[in-house]
Design a protein around this ligand. Structure first.
Ligand code: TRP
Length: 460
């Protein structure tokens, strides 16, 4: 280890933190509505394929680059002898700030809903549109969430990030299991499961593929160096290949469970599952109401508490990106860096907060060439940052690892903590995916989607 660099106390601490980063609003809020938009299981199948074939090898590589260099994302490429690649790390930090700026707003809604559920205000679901435009209230919860995140990050790796994740993750898993089992007992559960699990391949199109790719990168926290940064705090003794597998399985598993929980809930109310960003905020309160006051308050607040916990371990990892950058590069004290980052993130989040109807400008922010309707600021940032730049970052990581840094050095790093690694099947799999599948698939999708989504060129 680089002298003086903080590190996770053990493998469990690292996995809790990295899985905490991965498991977030992406799994429980975003995944179900993306499945809904993508025609149910058609989306699910593509998503799973991307997670295991493309994302897992990239995830392992990101961690290895971080651990090898002992530096956070923006500086990780220099110690490996390729300073010109730092631009990718810097792009990652920038993209992380953008993602956190809107992510934190949704986390603010979640916190607000948690309080409303405790108060038994189930009506809120019908007033979601007004709720998100109550800027004082939403802004207040957003600030509260940001302060909680900043406080934990300011405490450092072991006492802040690791400790919070070790507590929050097991609680989260317990809550989601309880809620899923409950959801499966409801009337209408079967319909929900059919929608979720029986594939209707006629729904497959380029847009579904594009969104599934973005979702898999977003959900696994890939493509902008968050896991490089966490990897830089990981000891050489630990086995990255198995840790990476556990992180992937935990993330995919929880997204899968979230679907098993949400669709029975949604179908039990006879609601259309295509609700977009508002899906859970509009539908869930009514569902809790139908359970009667006591049970409704219990299950409802538990549900939003689950979301808040999931969001918190993710906002922590997103905030660690700019903070580690300031600490590593500009030698800013961690305690100060955190508040600079928080202020910037809050300011950048304002357009996302205003773009849900409050301000016409940010609500109808941009119409892509050839598109019928404008998208709001939050959707625009999602398209640019998570659906396009994350897979692009992943593409660059795979090219860097195999063609610039070289497979031999990557494998040597992966052998620390797993000495027989290069001889294993999994090594061949990772090498093959990084060398051929990732560059081809990610490169092709990148080019096609830029043309189709943003410039309206019809290719398919
Ligand atoms: N993976 C998180 C989620 O699913 C979001 C997230 C946290 C993230 N850190 C990230 C996404 C880094 C991309 C990159 O909610």
């Amino acid at each position: 280890m680089a002298p003086g660099r903080s590190k996770f106390s053990n493998k469990f601490g690292f996995i809790a933190a990295a899985a905490g980063s991965a498991v977030g609003l992406g799994n429980i809020w975003k995944f179900p509505f993306e499945v809904g938009k993508g025609g149910g299981s058609a989306f699910l199948i593509i998503y799973l394929l991307f997670c295991f074939v493309l994302c897992y090898p990239i995830l392992v590589t990101e961690i290895a680059i971080g651990r090898r260099s002992q530096k956070s994302a923006a500086m990780a490429f220099r110690p490996l002898g390729h300073p010109e690649w730092s631009i990718i790390g810097i792009l990652g930090v920038f993209c992380g700030i953008l993602i956190l700026s809107f992510y934190n707003i949704v986390a603010g809604w979640v916190l607000g809903y948690f309080v409303e559920m405790l108060l038994g205000n189930f009506e809120i679901g019908q007033h979601f549109g007004e709720y998100v435009n109550d800027i004082a209230e939403v802004g207040g919860y957003t600030i509260a969430f940001l302060i909680a995140t900043a406080y934990i990050v300011s405490q450092g790796i072991t006492k802040g990030i690791e400790k919070a994740s070790k507590i929050l993750m097991p609680v989260l898993i317990a809550i989601i299991l309880v809620l899923t089992i409950y959801a499966l007992t409801l009337d209408g559960a079967t319909e929900g499961i059919v929608f979720y699990l029986i594939p209707d391949l006629s729904k497959l199109n380029l847009n579904v593929i594009y969104r599934a790719l973005g979702q898999s990168f977003f959900s696994l926290s890939l493509g902008l160096g968050a896991l490089m940064t966490y990897g830089s705090y990981l000891s050489r003794k630990e086995n990255i290949v198995s840790a990476g597998a556990m992180i992937t399985v935990a993330d995919v598993g929880i997204a899968f469970l979230a679907g098993l929980m949400i669709f029975p809930f949604v179908f039990s109310q006879g609601i259309e599952p295509e609700g977009g960003a508002g899906l859970i905020f509009m539908t869930m309160p009514g569902i809790f109401e139908s359970m009667g006051p006591t049970l409704g308050i219990m299950i409802g607040s538990l549900f939003f508490l689950l979301l808040a916990f999931a969001a918190l371990t993710s906002t922590i990892s997103l905030m660690e990106l700019p903070v580690a950058y300031l600490v590593d590069k500009h030698k800013v004290k961690r305690k100060n860096a955190v508040w600079y980052a928080a202020a910037l993130i809050f300011l950048l989040g304002i357009p996302s907060m205003l773009g849900n109807g409050y301000s016409g400008f940010f609500t109808n922010f941009i119409t892509y060439i050839g598109a019928e309707k404008p998208v709001n600021f939050m959707d625009f940032v999602t398209d640019v940052a998570s659906n396009t730049l994350l897979p692009f970052g992943g593409l660059m990581v795979s090219i860097f690892a195999i063609y610039v840094w070289k497979r031999r050095k990557l494998f040597r790093e992966l052998s620390h903590g797993h000495s027989s690694f290069p001889k294993t099947f999994i090594a061949k799999y990772i090498g093959f995916s990084l060398q051929y599948i990732c560059p081809l698939v990610l490169g092709a999708i990148f080019v096609i989607t830029i043309l189709e989504i943003f410039f309206g060129v019809k290719i398919f």
